[in-house]
Design a protein around this ligand. Structure first.
Ligand SMILES: NC(=O)C1=CN([C@@H]2O[C@H](COP(=O)(O)OP(=O)(O)OC[C@H]3O[C@@H](n4cnc5c(N)ncnc54)[C@H](OP(=O)(O)O)[C@@H]3O)[C@@H](O)[C@H]2O)C=CC1
Ligand SMILES: O=C(O)CCC(=O)C(=O)O
Length: 431
């Protein structure tokens, strides 16, 4: 039976990968538990004068390979279980890309769409007040995730600097460029996924013009990726946001949809406003229906647990690129594998974001800033190299791409954990 806990499900992929790599019992035990978890209450004075207390979290899953790294999510469903799972995935993602980081993640249980801009700023500054002793440029570095953005990262950095009484830009990445952000961070998650697609699709003899794509989620990751693959000549036939989706078998006008989305319009208006609007050519669909469309490529780019044992059998795509973290449950993944569907796992596919975050951290610490072209070239090199390695590993060991990605990451994590030793000083004393 499917587990209720996201973290229990996340760890099942680790258990699977452990069967394919020689690794010490100590290292296994080490990797099964988060190093530190913090839960905080954040009191916020609301615009109407009332006081509201929000729950916030920061989990440092592992920092053997370097400071913990990972985004902060603002969403009504944020919980310690979810943040722990996201921090766990960050640990493996940073190892997949060979970044000198461990894994961390944060979140606040809130619907930010219901807050005014000033309430959002007070909440953000309150969160940093509450976790300031737990983070730092050499300890645990924040970044954007669902419903957080560059402006919020700027507030976080500013509050941290005020607490520290000095400038510490490297405590947060994904900042506005004017505050030390990196060129290319805003589009990095999408560009990283695009480079994974460009490496994988030729292996399936899939020229862009003959490849249909459906994308769930039209935020930072999904919307930039939709535009990038549209411009590369793929046929993007369906997109969606939290309110539902739109499907046009002949292909959607993605730049027009992005423009309208930025103007705050709903999915129907998105397509109709100022562009082709012929309902005979396209139809509004639910997020559930989008996942089951007859497309070549499916890209979940919103939230976890979208493909489960309940709908796995209805999935028609031949390839799934996981841009969201954890969109496929463990059991559903097994069913998709049985059906011969290739899944490019989250810990590889969406790693472009943290990779450019690493570049931002390096730039902040060196004081030397790179051009957009330089960032993109470095990102392309890393994403292509690690995708190719995971593909080769999957082929040579006859593994799914997800298990191969975990084995690839485990090889790097194991090396660091085993050479450093565990925290079991008693065992060392005995030896
Ligand atoms: N931002 C980053 O750098 C990275 C993000 N990711 C992952 O990518 C995913 C998306 O993040 P990101 O794009 O940054 O987030 P955003 O907040 O920018 O966008 C989220 C998008 O998902 C949509 N959405 C929300 N709930 C649902 C739902 N139930 N069904 C369908 N769509 C929904 C939102 O709709 P609406 O617009 O209506 O609110 C919005 O379009 C997450 O899993 C995140 O962890 C991974 C790596 C890096
Ligand atoms: O940019 C980062 O540091 C992390 C982004 C993130 O949260 C993720 O990859 O899930």
């Amino acid at each position: 039976m499917e587990s209720q806990s996201l973290f229990v499900g996340a760890r099942q992929n680790l258990d699977l990968a452990l069967k394919h790599i020689a690794i010490s019992e100590d290292a296994i035990e080490h990797l099964k538990h988060p190093k530190a978890s913090l839960q905080v209450s954040i009191p916020v004075r609301m615009d109407d004068g009332s006081l509201q207390v929000f729950q916030g979290y920061r989990v440092r899953y592992d920092d053997t390979r370097g400071p913990a790294k990972g985004g902060v999510r603002y969403h009504p469903q944020v919980s310690l279980d979810e943040v722990t799972s996201l921090a766990f995935w960050m640990t493996f993602k940073c190892a997949v890309l060979d970044l000198p980081f461990g894994g961390g993640k944060g979140g606040i249980t809130v619907n930010p769409k219901q807050l005014s801009r000033l309430e959002l700023e007070r909440l953000t500054r309150g969160y940093i007040d509450a976790i300031a002793d737990f983070i730092g440029p050499d300890v645990d570095i924040l970044a954007p995730d669902v419903y957080t953005n560059a402006t919020i990262m700027g507030w976080m950095m500013d509050r941290y600097n005020i607490i520290q009484r000095k400038s510490c830009p490297a405590v947060v990445t994904g900042k506005p460029i004017a505050l030390g952000g990196s060129a290319g961070r805003e589009t990095a998650t999408a560009m990283g996924a695009f480079f994974v697609m460009q490496t994988i699709l030729p292996k399936f003899d899939r020229p862009p013009a003959e490849t249909t794509v459906a994308i769930q989620g039209f935020g930072n990751a999904g919307s930039f990726l939709a535009e990038q693959i549209y411009r590369a000549g793929y046929r993007v036939v369906a997109v969606s946001d939290s309110k539902g989706g739109i499907y046009a078998p002949a292909g959607l006008d993605i730049p027009a949809i992005r423009q309208n989305k930025e103007a705050g319009r709903g999915m129907e208006a998105l397509y109709c406003h100022g562009t082709v609007c012929n309902m005979a050519d396209h139809q509004l669909i639910t997020n559930e229906a989008l996942l089951e469309l007859p497309v070549d490529v499916l890209i979940p780019a919103a939230l976890e647990n979208q493909i489960t044992p309940e709908n796995a059998d209805q999935i028609q795509a031949k390839l799934i690129f996981e841009v969201a973290n954890g969109p496929i449950t463990f059991e559903a993944d097994r069913l998709l594998n049985q059906k011969g569907i290739y899944v490019l796992p989250d810990i590889l596919t969406n790693a472009g974001g943290v990779t450019v975050s690493y570049f931002e951290w390096v730039q902040n610490r060196s004081g030397l800033y790179w051009s957009a072209a330089e960032v993109e070239q470095r990102l392309a090199e890393r994403m292509t190299r690690e995708t190719e390695r995971i593909w080769q590993l999957a082929q040579s060991l006859d593994l799914s791409l997800r298990t191969a990605a975990y084995v690839h990451a485990l090889d790097r994590l194991r090396a660091a954990i085993e050479v450093k030793g565990t925290r079991d000083y008693y065992a060392q004393a005995k030896a």
